[in-house]
Design a protein around this ligand. Structure first.
Ligand code: KIV
Ligand code: ZN
Length: 522
């Protein structure tokens, strides 16, 4: 990567480290939407996945490498030869590609996880980085659990990686254990100790103590010039450093840090909304930069001040992060052009066929709703347009429920390419009854791990959007459904989750918990 003295490079790992938190199950169409938007946002590197983890992961990285041209496309790889080679195969079509290889360097990881001696770890690093460097020009090495590693050994690992050809050396706080002052000293000692002036030092901080952004900024002050982060702070456990917070801290406090990033900050809000919708992980209203209340002033005294001069209580302008609040509401008189512009601003990159279908669905929705919000449109696209990629094993045909005194009864009819299957069940409320009926109708008995219904706007004619996470065997999958009828949205989400379980199981070559008996089709 060409190097500029005044730049901090932003390495986005939403699609790799972040995705694991979203049930690990964004499909290739959804990942491509996010990757294209990350390209428009201007991130320097997209870590698109872990190609050796599964054929599905490989296919996603390969598709992104083929289609997203501006940022460097990186794949993650352990130090095993087959991982490095798989990673190369997946990223090779990107104009700028990177192999990111890692191994743990802390005593606890080396002894209990790797069962390797320090000398063996050094040899792994040397051979993996050399192999990667023979395949691509741009190689990153990460010392997993660096913040709990012994400094002299860590310096040796980084020296070994740099000597073998790594041009980026990453210092992860894998378990979110570091504190800012300590991490500053630690990073400074590493950079001084390794002494390779041409490499870019990078940090990758997890948020277990809520310090990921503070630690990343401390590392920048100590000399790191690449920050690894995710949109909305998505990631394992408490997540990763939040990209929007790192970027806006550097931008707003340039007086303190003195660095720029290459990002177009006005795209932060749409990118956050896109990732939230597709991952099914909601953004809390008080989340810095992208939360719904990040620029809302409730207290009278604050409102008064902001009206006189916004700088009294606002350190950033909402427009700077794309949260202007002037949402234009579309309705039945809105034309194709306005509709297309809107979906593009919202971060969706649809083919012309997809945007025609989306426009037709939008017009249909306008028949039942006077005003259609961004949330409504985004939910329609996520539910009706993007999943159209071979996920339709089951299709919901009908669902009727009878409520009143006593248990609720639901009758559900699904089609699955061989015919229609119907079943009925009673339950504790309409959604519970409908889910029990689906359990009876299909050939799986998935476990419902989470369930959430949310309105797509704050009006009473809002669409209901349901997200679920299902598990069968070792596979978990999210499901999403949207409808003006909240019960139908919940049923669609369940069916979508079942379809995704099948797609994921076949991509990974694993079995689901299929029922023994076979259904008879009508
Ligand atoms: O948290 C971590 O250590 C990682 C590495 C693979 C970079 O995600
Ligand atoms: Zn991580």
């Amino acid at each position: 990567m060409e190097r500029r003295q005044d730049r901090v490079y932003i390495f986005d790992t939403t699609l790799r480290d972040g995705e694991q938190a979203a049930g690990g199950n964004l499909n290739v169409v959804e990942k491509l939407q996010i990757a294209r938007q990350l390209g428009k946002l201007g991130v320097d590197v997209i870590e698109a996945g872990f190609p050796a983890a599964s054929p599905g992961d490989f296919a996603c990285v390969e598709a992104i490498a083929r289609e997203v041209r501006e940022p460097v496309i990186a794949g993650l790889s352990r130090t095993k030869e087959e991982d490095v080679r798989a990673c190369f195969e997946a990223v090779k079509n990107a104009p700028r590609r990177r192999i990111h290889t890692f191994i743990a360097t802390s005593p606890i990881h080396m002894e209990h996880k790797l069962q390797m001696k320090p000398a063996e770890v050094l040899e792994e690093i040397r051979s993996a980085v050399s192999l990667a460097r023979g395949l691509v020009e741009d190689v990153e090495f990460s010392a997993e659990d660096a913040s709990r590693s012994e400094l002299p050994f860590l310096i040796e690992t980084f020296k070994t990686a740099a000597a073998a050809g790594a041009s980026t050396l990453n210092i992860p706080d894998t378990v979110g254990y570091a504190t800012p002052e300590e991490f500053y000293d630690f990073c400074q000692a590493i950079i001084k100790g390794v002494g390779a002036p041409k490499v870019i030092y990078s940090v990758h901080c997890h948020n277990d103590l809520g310090l990921a952004v503070a630690n990343s900024l401390a590392a920048v002050r100590a000399g790191a010039r690449q920050v690894e982060c995710t949109i909305n702070g998505l990631g394992e456990r408490a997540g990763n450093a939040s990209l929007e917070e790192v970027v806006m801290a550097l931008k707003t406090r340039t007086d303190r840090y003195g660095f720029v990033t290459g990002l177009d900050s006005t795209k932060l809000h749409p990118t956050s909304a896109l990732v939230s919708r597709l991952s099914g992980v909601h953004v809390p209203p008080n989340k810095a930069i992208v939360g719904a209340n990040a620029f809302a002033h409730q207290a009278g005294i604050h409102q008064h001040g902001v009206m006189k001069n916004p700088l009294t209580y606002e350190i950033m302008k909402p427009e700077e992060v794309g949260a202007s609040g002037s949402e234009l509401v579309l309705g039945k008189h809105s034309g194709r052009h306005a509709f297309r512009d809107r979906i593009e601003q919202m971060g969706y990159a649809l083919t012309s066929d997809q945007s025609e279908t989306a426009f037709a669905l939008f017009k249909k929705l306008c028949d039942s709703k006077k005003n259609v919000s961004d949330g409504d449109i985004a939910a329609l696209i996520a539910d009706e347009i993007l999943p159209a990629s071979g996920e339709g094993l089951y299709e919901l045909k009908r669902c009727s429920v009878k409520t009143g005194d006593g248990p609720t009864l639901a009758v559900v009819t699904l089609a699955n390419g061989q015919g229609n299957i119907s079943d009925a069940a009673t339950g504790n409320g309409p959604i519970d009854a409908a889910y029990r009926a689906i359990w009876r109708a299909i050939d799986l008995e998935p476990e419902l791990l989470s369930f959430n219904i949310k309105a797509t706007s704050d009006r009473s004619d809002s669409l209901g959007e349901t997200t679920v996470v299902l598990r069968s065997g070792d596979v978990t999958a999210p499901g999403r459904g949207v409808s003006t009828d909240v019960i139908e949205s919940a049923v669609k989400a369940f069916v979508n989750g079942v379809n995704r379980l099948h797609v994921l199981a076949s991509a990974r070559g694993v079995e689901l918990n299929v029922k023994k008996h076979k259904r008879q089709y009508a």
